[in-house]
Ligand binder design. Structure first.
Ligand code: SF4
Length: 80
């Protein structure tokens, strides 16, 4: 994703220069992110009900997946 900048360097999709290399990402509220499993992600965006938050502190990247073989395997349906 060319125009997404991100400082989470332990994410599988993070790249040098603070770039996100995911083809697509989905941002949700912290509340929603905490309530649903990791399998709910950008590929299912049409099923996610939009919601509102009070500040950026209440949002999260649902596409985040920690680097490492164990974690990548659990998200293998996604490609860089
Ligand atoms: S998927 Fe989310 S957390 Fe991971 S690099 Fe992209 S924007 Fe950052």
């Amino acid at each position: 994703m060319q125009y997404i900048h991100c400082g989470i360097n332990n994410c599988y999709y993070w790249s040098e220069g603070n770039k996100c290399t995911a083809n697509e990402i989905v941002i949700v509220s912290d509340r929603f992110g905490n309530a649903v499993p990791d399998s709910i992600d950008a590929t299912m965006v049409s099923t996610i009900n939009p919601t509102s938050v009070n500040s950026c502190m209440e949002t999260c990247c649902k596409t985040f997946v920690e680097k490492g073989p164990k974690h990548i395997k659990s998200d293998e349906y996604r490609t860089k």
